[in-house]
Design a protein around this ligand. Structure first.
Ligand SMILES: *Cc1c(COP(=O)(O)O)cnc(C)c1O
Length: 234
């Protein structure tokens, strides 16, 4: 099941790249394993995927400790400042930085552990009230502040587009984030890179790739639907 799912996703990524005149290597697939058991992570690992995304610190740390293979863990969910210390030396990329306070905490914990942490700025590009992320207008000023932190390295931008029936409706948001990404890149700010544009999930990754995404975060299309426990969630 997972193998066939992954093959389908891979085909669609390739087709979207082709339509957009892009190379397949320009897009990294992150398997979002949140709520899914270790055995499923291992199954996907055996199929050659090494990039995995989690949205909760506890769950990521558990999986990190139990899997011996060299997995690249991506923190994609909202991160509380008091939990930064558990992951700074375990993640390859934090996708969800949306405040100076959080960046300061990452700087502090990264310095303690003598690491440089790669991060993305989460942008609430559609201005949805229920979503985390900075506004389009707040993005550049925040980046200019974070550029001063020696142990934090901004590598790009991330967004989660609104959930819509027809992913075409999100094209305008992906276009807007891509434009912001290009505009910031052109400023050539010291200690800031704009190489990663993390956008596209199960429902909308093909459109996101057509609009310039370099990282798609896919859970459901690979692992199947998630069942959330009511009690005892990590
Ligand atoms: C859960 C999650 C995903 C994956 O969602 P699917 O629709 O299952 O592909 C991607 N990004 C973030 C931030 C998530 O929390």
């Amino acid at each position: 099941m997972i193998k066939e799912n992954l093959e389908q996703v891979e085909k669609k990524i390739e087709a979207a790249c082709k339509r957009a005149g892009r190379k397949r290597e320009e897009v990294t697939l992150i398997a979002v394993s949140k709520t899914k058991p270790l055995e499923m992570v291992e199954e996907v690992l055996d199929l050659g995927i090494v990039e995995f995304g989690e949205n909760k610190v506890q769950e990521m740390v558990d999986k990190y400790e139990r899997i011996k293979s060299p997995v690249h863990w991506h923190m994609i969910g909202h991160l509380q400042t008091n939990k930064v210390k558990y992951i700074v030396d375990k993640v390859v990329l934090i996708h969800s930085v949306d405040s100076l306070k959080l960046a300061q905490q990452i700087q502090k914990e990264a310095e303690k552990k003598s690491v440089v942490v790669d991060i993305l700025i989460e942008v609430n590009i559609a201005g949805e009230e229920t979503k985390f992320g900075v506004t389009k207008e707040e993005t550049l000023p925040l980046i200019e502040e974070i550029a001063k932190f020696p142990n934090v390295h901004v590598c790009g931008l991330m967004t989660s587009a609104p959930f819509v029936e027809d992913p075409e409706e999100d094209r305008v948001h992906f276009k807007a984030l891509h434009q912001l990404f290009v505009d910031i890149k052109e400023k050539n700010i010291d200690n800031i890179d704009m190489n990663i544009l993390s956008m596209g999930m199960t429902n909308d990754y093909e459109v996101a790739i057509e609009e310039g995404s370099t990282m798609v975060r896919i859970g459901t299309a690979i692992f199947g639907a998630r069942q959330y426990k009511i009690e005892g969630e990590a």
